[in-house]
Write a protein of this length. Structure first.
Length: 759
């Protein structure tokens, strides 16, 4: 260290030494000989000295302890300012919502730069959510923000933060773990008190609701039936302990679930686990995954936050969608059954973190940042930081490295609109030799084939016309998949509008960035040239009363991992290898049924507003009625094939229609029933009026006129279709002909835009 080292204070509110604390302490030791002196600071929020300060003192690191008590005590600001001036601290680095918020006021009073480290937001409790909202409001006042994942950095960049003020510095695989190259799992299990044949599945992290341990316990109920020697170890401590213990008792898992509490010797546990599961609902770059991969232990992780940058599905681990116990069962069981796969993932994971998440890479990135903020480097700070960061996986811009995309368009009688759709695809900002357009024609009787031929002759992009003799959309999709050449397969309809000329490029980038197997897209009904009636239909379908609350198909804002059932439309080719083709017995909701299989297989799916495609709503009550009847039939077929896809919302329209029929009849003979029936209708009318009035406030008075009858048409149509398909099924059952739904073309087989029948 130089005679007058640069003094940096790293401040964090901490009750124990977990992942972030380990990263801070390791970094402080790592740069001692680089001309910097790192002080470790924390707050006295409990009776004992913060554990991070006690550990820092053992390591001979200088410390600062704020004696001000409480979650947010303004006196801590002035205490911190006094310390900074007294000890001549030159840079303030803050971690977490409390330190970041207090740091903003401190840097202003102390006149030093602040670097705020953002490790994500948990929304663990109401109080935590309030503090995190405060932090997000104050972060723009920090001089620089460091994120631990690219996904987190995009949160700030999407809000037009200058790129020079946001950096990504990944958590590092720490050398201090003391994990040898070869792990003795049996010896480690014995040392921890387990019989070596016992299979150990570890979940490492704070016992908190956003960590998702409850989903692992739900999965454990299924796993212990196959693996009778299985133990689920929830390593950590937190406010969810009692709830998890209660859940384990209710599931009969008292002997299978172990909660050893907070452990300081995490390394030996990582060596003992056969699988490490990260089941979080939100994450940055989890230290638990880094530590597991460093130990060569295979990982099953939810595809949230920065996890897909760390775990590459089926290469360095297995990715599953969040809040999905079935997917956890599938992933953990696959590794426990296949020793070769477990070994492959463990070895690849260890090599991956050694290469991309090294402590040296983290050190160099942070040193470059310190030089930039303190103006003590003559080199371009932006260039230094970029070169010092562990290289993220990004899509290379050269034509040859772009993934080849097949765009599949199942159509029937779309002469009037198909030309515009193909034109929008040809105009995509994507290398023209890196995608193809396949139009699958379902025996059109208009000039659809002529439109395709004219487009193919004029375009440089490969455009093919393929035949779909079965006419159904499900069959057309299968023809497209079988005849396609793409690594990525994207479905588009013959009657829609693609507003984003970068849709294909964005899709390829999102596939790579997130590691998703399926991409979902918003499909709003705000088509250019909508009539007044169509506008009301579009707005009504986008409400909870007109569509449901468990789908993002009309959500033009949300971005993140989702259940793909209602909105999945873009896939890696490997998806079809794993779950098969579309079920051609469906003439409605075939996409929902396929996406449900994707969901059940545990494949991560991601939705982004940049992938939005606009559809035209029905223009008349009759057309809307026929569409809803089709969707209702699709709902019944979906839950008939997949009983676990059943939700209450799917049967409410059918129950409502039955209630109308039964209620009208019984009201004629019973005054009491007449009162009950009339009351229920009044409640329904009030609900419809409320939603119609809300639409009118935002979109215009005409919604009060058309809104109620449109809602009524939607609900009755869905109910009629569901009940009609139920009666048809019963007839086939009675005649012994219900082994498979017919897939013969009929008058109802018109190819339509993707439905949301399962939502």
């Amino acid at each position: 260290m130089t005679a007058n080292p640069v003094r940096i204070l790293h401040l964090i509110a901490s009750n124990f030494v977990g992942g972030p604390e380990k990263q801070i302490l390791h970094h402080a030791l790592d740069i001692r000989d680089s001309g910097f002196q790192v002080w470790i600071g924390s707050f006295r929020d409990q009776l004992e000295k913060p554990a991070i300060l006690a550990r820092a003192e053992v390591l001979n690191l200088p410390t600062f302890e704020s004696k001000s008590s409480g979650s947010f005590d303004p006196r801590a600001i002035f205490e911190l300012v006094s310390f900074i001036k007294r000890e001549k601290i030159q840079l303030l680095c803050t971690h977490g919502f409390k330190a970041n918020s207090i740091g903003v006021f401190t840097k202003m009073l102390a006149s030093i730069p602040q670097v705020a480290f953002c490790r994500g937001w948990t929304a663990e409790t109401f109080r935590v959510r309030a503090y995190e909202i405060l932090e997000r409001r104050l972060l723009p006042f920090a001089d620089h923000v460091v994120c631990i994942s690219e996904a987190q950095a995009e949160h700030f960049r999407s809000r037009r933060w200058p790129r020079r003020r946001v950096s990504v510095v990944h958590n590092a695989m720490l050398d201090s773990l003391g994990i040898p190259v070869v792990c003795d799992r049996e010896g480690s299990k014995t040392e921890l008190g387990f019989v070596p044949p016992t299979r150990l599945v570890g979940v490492v992290g704070r016992l908190s609701i956003e960590k998702g341990q409850r989903f692992m316990l739900e999965a454990a109920r299924e796993l212990v039936r196959e693996f009778t020697d299985l133990k689920i170890v929830l390593l950590g401590e937190g406010r969810e302990r009692k709830n998890l213990e209660s859940q384990a008792r209710e599931l009969g898992l008292e002997t299978a679930v172990v909660l050893p509490g907070f452990q300081t010797n995490v390394g030996i546990w990582m060596k003992a686990f056969d699988v490490v599961v990260n089941c979080s609902l939100t994450e940055g770059i989890p230290n638990a995954i880094l530590e597991a991969m460093a130990a060569g232990t295979p990982v099953v992780a939810t595809a949230v936050g920065g996890v897909p940058a760390l775990v590459k599905d089926r290469a360095t681990g297995l990715l599953v969608p969040p809040a999905n116990s079935d997917a956890l069962v599938h992933g953990v069981a696959e590794i426990l059954r296949d020793a070769e796969l477990a070994s492959k993932l463990g070895s690849a994971g260890r090599a991956w973190v050694q290469e991309r998440f090294s402590a040296a890479g983290q050190r160099d990135a942070l040193l470059a940042l310190y030089h930039q903020r303190l103006n003590i480097s003559s080199s371009s700070a932006d260039n230094v930081i970029t070169s010092a960061l562990p290289a993220p996986i990004e899509v290379v811009s050269s034509t040859s490295s772009k993934p080849f995309i097949s765009v599949v368009i199942p159509v029937r009688n779309e002469e009037a609109h198909l030309g515009a759709v193909i034109h929008e695809l040809v105009q995509q900002q994507y290398p023209q030799d890196s995608y193809e357009v396949l139009v699958i024609d379902g025996q059109s009787t208009d000039g659809t084939s002529r439109v395709v031929a004219q487009a193919a002759n004029a375009a440089k992009v490969t455009i093919k016309l393929l035949s779909n003799p079965n006419r159904l959309s499900s069959a057309g999709r299968n023809v497209g998949v079988e005849q396609s050449s793409g690594e990525l397969i994207i479905f588009v309809d013959g009657h829609c509008h693609i507003p984003n000329r970068n849709m294909l490029s964005d899709a390829a980038a999102i596939f790579e960035k997130t590691g998703a197997q399926c991409l979902c897209r918003p499909q709003p009904l705000n088509f250019d040239g909508n009539s007044t009636f169509q506008t009301v239909v579009a707005n009504a379908r986008a409400t909870a009363l007109g569509h449901g609350r468990d789908s993002q198909i009309y959500d033009k804002v949300y971005e993140g991992f989702v259940n793909p059932s209602s909105a999945g439309a873009m896939y890696r080719r490997s998806v079809f290898d794993r779950v098969g083709n579309y079920d051609e017995s469906f003439d409605a909701a075939e996409d929902v049924e396929f996406n449900y299989r994707v969901f059940k297989a545990g494949m991560p799916a991601y939705i982004s507003p940049s992938l939005t495609i606009q559809y035209e709503p029905r223009a008349t009550f009759g057309a809307l009625w026929r569409q809803m009847v089709r969707y209702g039939r699709g709902r019944f077929r979906l839950i008939q094939k997949h009983r676990d896809a059943f939700t209450l919302g799917q049967i409410i329209p059918a129950a409502f229609l039955l209630w109308l029929a039964i209620g009208c009849s019984l009201s004629l003979i019973s005054p009491i029933f007449l009162f009950v029936f009339a009351s229920s209708l009044a409640i329904y009318a009030a609900l419809v009026a409320y939603f119609s009035f809300a639409m009118a406030r935002h979109h215009g008075f005409v919604h009060l006129i058309f809104g109620p009858p449109i809602y009524f048409t939607i609900h009755l149509g869905l109910g009629a279709g569901f009940l009609g398909e139920f009666l048809s099924f019963k007839r086939r059952y009675n005649y012994g002909q219900n082994k498979r739904y017919t897939n013969e073309p009929n008058s109802r087989a018109y190819l339509e835009p993707p439905s949301s029948a399962g939502s």
